[in-house]
Design a protein around this ligand. Structure first.
Ligand code: MN
Ligand code: MN
Length: 469
């Protein structure tokens, strides 16, 4: 091929956005496939924020991390974690430089959209027993009917006992489902707007149909279910009042496509970024700058509450790092934050050719083109966005380019079409330089979400490169 002047100039000047697969060697592809298998194992064992916290705690402990509560003092190279109410987690590796010069944070969230049980969920109607739910996060309600569902979570009894429940995953477990109307009788339903096709109060989980064998009582099916629950878990109806039971798809994470290039699974927003960040932390040797990991809860409902990113528990963790490295003084934490850098590692809307009309194709995140940097999120004139500073974006570009990490700069959909947010603004408000940096996803917030194995591996490489900065 002749190198014309134009070809040479184009090669030099154009921003190339290439699909990554073709550049990979056989070894690289087999590495990446193996990494995705391990990621899918994590997804199958972490379907709630509590399960993810437990799983990651074990990963950290197996790799030399200790609870910060057990450490009097912290030295360079020490590896610690802190668990907040079993639902969110922070971890750190103390770097060679003083924390006063800032920390390098990667923050993901481990809560995902789902259906939560109401406080008084159990009722009987028409010979069936049901559990009433209140959905959590931004879901399209019709997607949650007629699929196999599992129940995960805890029941906290007044005697202090915590009963852990996970039913609907093992091969010999029963599953649960939410019924939908047969098309033959759905004329009125089908005329409704999609968002009203299934109403929130219709999301009732079908859980049984055998009546208790006693003609002297009513609500026999409900009684039979309570009896079964009592035998199996030792709970009574009022124990639902202090429970957190989450209804999630029972689907296993699977390789998607004849070429197995993608992962289909529940909860990839944002466990794909959480897992890749944890793996990157485990591979981080003693860093120059202290490496800090955040796995947050409640992102899907606004990062509120004492396990969400808006709470001051993370500040307490950083204060403890300052106390235990022996350098704390009044207001030092504010200085630390102002000197810090963060990747808000959350998923991005992947370009979907079937729904191309909502995307600006020149600024979309593409599956298979690497980790997606989102300079700003927000909606309608960037409202609510944390807009990363150009200087910081340049530092991150340089880090990824030096580490040979494929990346793309993206925006969530066309202007004025919609929008979204992450935990980025919360840390930015403290003075941290933050950019959103995650993996493009198809069918985000659906019971089965799709990612590219190429991007998953890029995220892992990208997060490692960031912690080496
Ligand atoms: Mn997310
Ligand atoms: Mn989300």
């Amino acid at each position: 091929m002749e190198e014309t002047e134009g070809k040479k100039l184009k090669e030099k000047l154009f921003n190339k956005k290439e699909v990554g697969w073709n550049k990979l060697s056989k070894d690289e592809i087999s590495n990446l496939m193996k990494f995705s298998d391990e990621y899918m194992y994590f997804l199958n064992n972490g379907k709630t924020e509590r399960e993810c916290t437990n799983f990651v705690k074990k990963m950290l402990e197996d790799n030399g991390f200790e609870s910060i509560n057990n450490k009097e003092n912290l030295q360079v190279g020490d590896k610690v974690y802190f668990i907040n109410r079993n639902k969110s987690l922070y971890a750190a590796i103390i770097g060679k430089e003083s924390l006063e010069k800032g920390i390098n944070i990667i923050g993901a969230h481990i809560d995902s959209p789902r259906l939560d049980l109401k406080p008084n969920p159990l009722y009987e109607e028409g010979g069936f027993a049901y559990l009433k739910t209140h959905y959590y996060g931004g879901i399209k309600k019709y997607q949650w009917t007629t699929i196999p569902l599992a129940i995960h979570g805890i029941v906290a009894k007044t005697n202090g006992e915590i009963v852990e429940i996970s039913i609907g995953e093992a091969d010999d477990d029963p599953i649960f489902t939410i019924t939908d109307l047969l098309p033959h009788l759905a004329q009125e339903q089908m005329e409704r707007k999609l968002k009203e096709g299934i109403k929130g109060e219709d999301l009732n989980l079908l859980i049984g149909s055998i009546p208790f064998d006693d003609n002297e009582v009513n609500e026999k099916v409900k009684l039979n279910i309570l009896n079964l629950l009592n035998e199996k878990y030792g709970i009574i109806e009022s124990d639902f009042l202090s429970s957190e039971l989450e209804i999630v798809p029972n689907f296993k994470a699977k390789s998607l496509g004849f070429d197995k290039s993608m992962v289909a699974a529940y909860g990839q927003d944002d466990r794909v970024c959480a897992y890749t960040a944890v793996r990157a932390l485990l591979d981080t040797k003693i860093p120059q700058t202290t490496s800090v990991l955040i796995l947050s809860d409640k992102e899907e409902i606004g990062s509120v509450g004492n396990t969400g990113m808006e709470s001051l528990v993370f500040d307490l963790f950083v204060s403890e790092l300052l106390n235990k490295t022996g350098i704390n003084k009044p207001d030092l934490i504010r200085k630390v934050f102002c000197n810090s850098k963060m990747l808000s590692s959350d998923v991005d809307a992947g370009f979907d050719p079937i729904y191309a009309s909502v995307s600006d194709t020149k600024n979309s995140g593409y599956l298979g083109k690497g980790i997606a940097l989102v300079k700003y999120t927000g909606a309608k004139g960037k409202s609510g966005a944390s807009d990363a500073n150009a200087e910081f974006v340049a530092q991150i570009r340089a880090t990824f380019e030096n580490g040979n990490v494929p990346y793309q700069l993206t925006e969530l959909g066309k202007v004025d079409i919609g929008g979204g947010g992450t935990i980025a603004y919360i840390l930015a408000n403290k003075g941290v330089d933050v950019i959103d940096c995650g993996i493009p996803v198809l069918s985000m917030h659906a019971p089965y979400e799709v990612t590219s194995k190429f991007d998953i591996y890029c995220a892992y490489e990208g997060y490692k490169a960031f912690w080496k900065m």
